[in-house]
Design a protein around this ligand. Structure first.
Ligand SMILES: [Zn+2]
Ligand SMILES: [Zn+2]
Length: 57
């Protein structure tokens, strides 16, 4: 039995690893993984990261 331990805190969708959860959150909920800022579009969070976290990637 494999148990998915990583639940999305936004929609409770389960994931098998933290990278999948991070990808989900950044693509479905558009939440910055570095500072937690929320956006309504993928382009918006990308622009935020380039401006606010240019070296943390
Ligand atoms: Zn989610
Ligand atoms: Zn940020």
């Amino acid at each position: 039995m494999s148990e998915k331990k990583y639940l999305c805190d936004q929609c409770n969708e389960p994931f098998g690893n933290p990278q999948a959860l991070k990808f989900h959150k950044e693509n479905k909920h558009f939440i910055c993984g570095i500072c937690g800022a929320k956006f309504n579009a993928f382009s918006a969070i990308n622009q935020h990261k380039e401006m606010k976290h240019p070296k943390n990637g």
